[in-house]
Design a protein around this ligand. Structure first.
Ligand code: FAD
Length: 459
């Protein structure tokens, strides 16, 4: 950075009282939930409160060639918000306004608003914002946009990008652009909204979002099934996903169930190999969806199948949502979110079980199974160097396995800084190069979240 202390003083003057520089204030902003040990120490954390302030910070960074790591709530699991040495963290936590417009069934949202806060604001008007990452009460809408977050209801309702109609983005040179708007149909120009959704802070800072809303869905009915074999559970899931559109189809293996049971004590079956929770909010009075689920689970050898009460169903969905923090209590995690086409889900699960055995490493396995998006949680003791080496080997092999099955290294968490080494193996050199050209066109200095998705440029 040119003129170190002076430049920082200039930044502080741009955002009076909203620039943190003391090391104890900066520390909580250095890592996201992936706890990347390679996190750098940033020069400062900027806390802008408006688009104009974001523009001022980004223009300042552009003038001085300072890297910017945009940050929502830091719940990311790919190291996307990992701080860069000599850069700044730009946190959107003060930008939390929301306006709901029932006439267009849209909401206009600032990026720092929590997903759960958006859901609550629109529910007051009888509306629903579907995307529901399990972290919905601790993650921001800006982070959801930047990672194109998924969640539990995505199996029926789609992911974040399916609800984004418009964006305001501050580009790397400080210009603010508007893309799309509260229009159900709009094909004017290239589809740049979709380019920015999932761009993980590498192309600009998202400062406002217009999301599409739906009428609130009917209360779901839920069925839980327990299996003594993961392959039987996977076969049942494949059959259900092909036959109907469930509103929920989630999976936990024995390790995950035991970790959740240790945390919540819900009376879950600790000895079962697989737990599957399915749901339907279909209004068909014949109850066809529920019958299809029950039959499929039974045909594929479930040891117990039952329709739950609404209260128990909610408890079990909560159990699935807390699986990551529950497993975190067992050690450090290397968190993967590999996916595979549904017919290959069984192959992915079997392969991961093989990898766990080969590397003598605990892997707890949870999945948004109905859309083939899985979370193998590789657990290790950080004090045991050899265990860490085996865990890292397992983590890499899981990604190679997913690619070999025609799957993905990331279904919803993003590539971030931690999965970049495996990206080319999935998308190929040509597609990676095209992405790099787009990145270079929008961010010629390479200051936007360097090291995420793309290799950081040497400075
Ligand atoms: C217990 C737990 C459960 C989870 N379950 C799910 C799940 O079911 N589905 C799912 O998809 N994810 C899940 N996640 C991961 C995480 O919550 C999501 O990736 C979420 O979208 C991150 O939001 P955040 O506000 O914490 O973003 P951060 O972690 O702060 O940032 C994530 C990325 O977005 C970028 N970014 C943030 N804000 C902006 C902005 N305004 N403009 C440009 N770039 C920005 C950052 O640079 C970074 O690359 C889970 C995480 C936890 C801890």
């Amino acid at each position: 950075m040119s003129g170190g202390g002076e430049a920082l003083a200039e930044l502080a003057a741009l955002l009076p009282g909203a620039v943190l520089t003391a090391s104890e204030d900066i520390e909580p902003y250095r890592r996201d939930r992936a706890l990347d040990p390679a996190a750098g120490v940033p020069l400062a954390v900027a806390l802008p409160g408006s688009t104009a302030e974001v523009q001022a910070v980004v223009a300042w960074a552009s003038r001085h060639g300072v890297p910017i790591v945009p940050r929502g709530m830091g719940t990311g699991l790919s190291g996307g918000a990992t701080a860069v040495a000599g850069g700044i963290v730009l946190s959107t936590e003060r930008m939390r306004a929301v306006t709901v417009d029932p006439a267009t069934r849209t909401a206009t949202v600032q990026p720092g608003l929590l997903n759960s806060e958006l859901k609550a604001a629109v529910a007051e008007r009888g509306l629903w914002y579907p995307p529901d990452p399990a972290s919905f009460d601790i993650c921001s809408i800006g982070g959801n946009i930047a990672t194109n977050a998924g969640g539990l209801c995505c199996v029926k309702y789609g992911v974040t990008v399916d609800y984004v109609l418009g964006l305001e983005v501050v580009l790397a040179d400080g210009r603010a652009i508007r893309l799309g708007g509260p229009l159900v149909k709009d094909v004017a120009g290239l589809s740049l909204v979709k380019l920015f959704v999932g761009s993980e802070g590498t192309l600009g800072v998202v400062t406002e979002i217009i999301v599409r809303l739906l009428p609130a869905p009917p209360a779901p009915r839920r069925v839980v099934a327990w299996f003594s074999s993961s392959s039987q559970a996977a076969a049942a899931i494949g059959e259900i996903a092909a036959a109907i559109r469930p509103s929920l189809l989630e999976y936990m293996d024995r390790n995950a169930v035991n970790a959740v049971e240790d945390l919540l004590g819900l009376g879950l079956d600790r000895s079962a190999e697989a737990f599957v929770l399915a749901g339907s909010d279909d209004l068909d009075p014949s109850g066809r969806d529920i019958a299809t689920m029950v039959e499929a689970f039974g045909r594929h050898g479930a040891t117990l199948v039952e329709e739950t009460s609404p209260e128990r169903g909610e408890q079990l969905a909560h159990a699935r949502r807390v699986a990551i923090p529950a497993v975190e209590a067992r050690g450090r995690l290397l968190l993967s979110d590999v996916g595979a086409p549904i017919p290959r889900l069984g192959g992915l699960i079997a392969g991961i079980e093989r990898i766990a055995a080969q590397h003598r490493t605990e892997i707890a396995f949870i999945a948004h199974a109905g859309d083939g998006n899985t979370h193998p949680l590789v657990v290790f003791d950080p004090a045991d160097v050899e265990a860490q080496r085996r865990a890292e080997a397992a983590y890499g092999e899981i990604m190679s396995l997913a690619v070999s099955l025609g799957g993905t290294i990331s279904g919803e968490h993003g590539v971030g800084k931690l999965k970049r080494p495996w990206l080319e193996s999935q998308i190929g050199a040509d597609v990676l190069e095209i992405g790099q050209q787009i990145k270079d066109a929008l961010d010629p200095q390479g200051i936007m979240n360097p090291g995420a998705i793309f290799e950081a440029r040497a400075r």
